[in-house]
Write a protein that binds this ligand. Structure first.
Ligand code: GLA
Length: 413
């Protein structure tokens, strides 16, 4: 086995006779997958339990926080679920409709969590039923602390009754935050809620949101399905690139069943240009990040819909190999990022952070590609560009990404 084959980490998952199996090539290193290596890799069978199998690909959905903050109510959520179907988002793969903070107001005399009766007069169960009736899944938010970040009742000390209530309501996804957690340690606190969810008996995607404070990538696989790696995203370019830089080095921790979460999408919220939103979305896809839209799906511009529903770009994110892409070159503000794909191709982002248009090139050897000719497809344009002998170059506007799929010619479909 070639040395570089042993140095990379990747995981593949497939179903065999109803049992989910995964193979993993173990080791540390930065080498990308080369197609000839892939077949020679050490195979170690790992049985994934049903919990891990809930997120074999990065979860996709919508969350209320980035656009609406505390201004949530049942009409908003119903109309957003309808818009998710009407706009083509559901067809593109978005599935979870998640209410973030502020749906809850108090606990009753028995300690049961109470949804805001003015904003959710029909109750959470009826809302979940409606979302399910549209073929979508339903999610809620709570917090490991005494209170949520907006001061609503948290789940500390109420993990089991809360988990049972979520199960009874039909909750499929729980985002679990980290405010007001004085005296708590993250790993046991999240394990406690995970155990409560399991005991409640309903499959729930568990989204760990402690902002990367305790390096959750080191412990959260098998506890949650996604874990935030940073503080909150904001709807501006500086926030996107700051979060992007913090993902470097975390690549080996992501894979089927558990994903690094660089926070939800800001695409369509108005604070960035179309090129910046395309770059944000391209890079989140390349990072195998969960894709939780954070905009108003009812009033999306054509450009926003185009970005959020591009099937070629989403396919990079949802690729079955489940490998997080990595930065393979940085020269000033010009960068090349690459993500190996299950069919032996690579998704490659040529990324220009600078203020003016620049030409960015990539050579096949630096992608770890051993053959001399590759087919290149432009994923935003959904157009094959041609065969290239030793590499590819493109003019990339300021704050933009050119995203291509590079397929070595010796790979047979
Ligand atoms: C924290 C989280 C955000 C959001 C808010 C809600 O800041 O990181 O994503 O859930 O709380 O209060």
């Amino acid at each position: 086995m070639a040395k570089e084959c042993r140095r990379r980490t990747a995981m593949r998952v497939f179903a065999a006779g109803g049992v989910i199996l995964a193979w993993m090539a173990v080791g540390a290193g930065t080498a990308l997958v080369s197609s000839s290596c892939r077949d020679k890799e050490m195979r170690r069978h790992v049985k994934l339990n049903d919990f891990d199998a809930l997120a074999l690909k990065p979860p996709m959905g919508w969350n209320s926080w980035n656009r609406f903050g505390c201004a949530v109510d049942e009409q908003l959520v119903r109309s957003m679920a309808e818009a998710m179907v009407r706009s083509g988002m559901a067809a593109a793969g978005y599935e979870y409709v998640v209410i973030d903070d502020c749906w809850q107001t108090a606990r009753d005399a028995e300690g049961n969590i109470v949804a805001d009766p003015e904003r959710f007069p029909s109750g959470i169960k009826a809302l979940a039923d409606y979302v399910h009736s549209l073929g979508l899944k339903f999610g809620l938010y709570s917090c490991a602390g005494d209170k949520t970040c907006e001061g609503r009742p948290g789940s500390r000390g109420f993990e089991e009754p809360d988990a049972r209530r979520y199960a009874a309501w039909g909750v499929d996804y729980l985002k679990y935050d980290w405010c007001h957690t004085e005296g708590l340690q993250a790993e046991p606190a999240y394990r406690k809620m995970r155990a409560a969810l399991e005991a409640a008996g309903r499959p729930v995607v568990f989204s760990i949101c402690e902002w990367g404070r305790s390096k959750p990538w080191l412990w959260a696989r098998g506890v949650g399905h996604l874990w935030r790696t940073t503080g909150d995203i904001k709807d501006n370019w500086e926030s996107v690139v700051k979060i992007l830089d913090l993902q470097v080095g975390l690549e080996d921790y992501a894979g089927p069943g558990g994903w690094n979460d660089p926070d939800m999408l800001e695409v369509g919220n108005g604070g960035m240009t179309a090129d910046e939103y395309r770059a944000h979305f391209s890079l989140w896809c390349l990072l195998a990040a969960p894709l939780m839209a954070g905009n108003d799906l009812r009033t999306m511009s054509r450009e926003t819909t185009f970005i959020l529903t591009n099937s070629d770009v989403i396919a990079v994110n949802q690729d079955a190999l489940g490998v997080q892409g990595r930065r393979i070159r940085k020269e000033g503000g010009l960068e090349v990022w690459a993500k190996p794909l299950a069919d032996g191709a690579l998704a490659v982002a040529l990324f220009n952070r600078g203020q003016v248009k620049e030409r960015i090139s990539v050579s096949w050897p630096e992608l770890g590609v051993e053959t001399s000719t590759c087919f290149v497809r432009d994923l935003w344009r959904k157009r094959d560009v041609g065969r290239f002998l030793s590499g590819f170059a493109a003019d990339v506007p300021s704050h933009a990404v050119v995203l291509v799929k590079v397929k070595p010619s010796n790979i047979i479909d």
